[in-house]
Design a protein around this ligand. Structure first.
Ligand code: GLU
Length: 253
């Protein structure tokens, strides 16, 4: 049986830090899926619904409700972009919208697992996002990091890769201090929690806090999680081949 990887792509990776969804980055992800698909089934967790809507419309105010409306407008367009770009590579996509509370109900858990199993067996790439009409958790904090970790635990995947806009967890703030070092392996999450800081990116609401919270969920379920720099071309493939540095949170202590 193939191994399973969840690849979580945040808004700032998808926009390459600009105000536009980057088709180039989506092409990069498609190429990586093709490179990996002999050995791995890939599930995507993708943000970017709000960022997509912002490309072509404005709603006044920055309230959570406005962001929810933007997500509702942007999500189908985002999926269309995935469908178009992945389609050029012969890849088929499916959309799964869910909410962290869904993971608390046994029936919903079973439903999620069944749907994703059939999609993968049928050669479709599930693209998961939070259902932002009913939930606001990931809009407010996390940029889908927690959703990705909960999904990783539910599907018992072999690996969760969180694409970030930096190389991983550093021993200090890399923007303030050039001498800080990348921490390549973390066994004890509690021992590094103070390093998370308050970092967030322009688009995403993630940052290290939500990534470490995701790592805790993964470790509680013996799932390996990596933070990898998603701005690097071929980041997941390179990380898997040991061709770039990243931060590994080991699944078992
Ligand atoms: N579900 C939201 C979206 O797709 C996540 C918001 C965020 O980027 O923080 O836009």
């Amino acid at each position: 049986m193939k191994k399973r990887i969840i690849l979580k792509i945040g808004s700032s990776t998808l926009t390459r830090g600009t105000n536009q969804i980057s088709r180039g980055k989506i092409e990069d992800i498609a190429r990586q899926i093709i490179a990996l698909r002999t050995d791995y089934d890939i599930v995507l967790v993708s943000s970017g619904a709000i960022a997509t809507a912002r490309q072509f419309m404005e709603l006044s105010g920055e309230t959570i409700a406005v962001k929810q409306a933007l997500a509702a407008i942007g999500q189908p367009v985002l999926l269309r972009i995935y469908q178009e770009v992945f389609g050029d590579f012969g890849l088929k996509v499916a959309q799964c919208l869910m909410h962290s509370q869904d993971f608390d109900r046994a029936q919903s858990r079973e439903n999620i697992g069944n749907t994703i199993d059939i999609l993968l067996k049928s050669g479709y790439i599930p693209i998961i996002n939070e259902n932002d009409t009913v939930a606001t958790e990931e809009i407010q904090f996390g940029d889908n990091d927690k959703l990705a970790a909960l999904t990783a635990a539910l599907l018992k995947v072999d690996l969760l890769i969180l694409a970030s806009d930096i190389d991983g967890l550093y021993s200090g703030d890399p923007k303030a201090n050039k001498k800080v070092e990348l921490i390549e392996r973390v066994e004890d999450i509690a021992a590094v929690i103070h390093l998370a800081g308050e970092s967030t990116s322009n688009h995403g609401t993630g940052g290290m806090n939500s990534k470490l919270a995701a790592a805790k969920i993964c470790q509680a379920h013996q799932i390996e999680m990596w933070i990898v720099n998603g701005s690097v071309e071929g980041f997941a493939v390179k990380a898997l081949r040991g061709e770039m540095a990243f931060t590994q949170f080991v699944g078992t202590k």
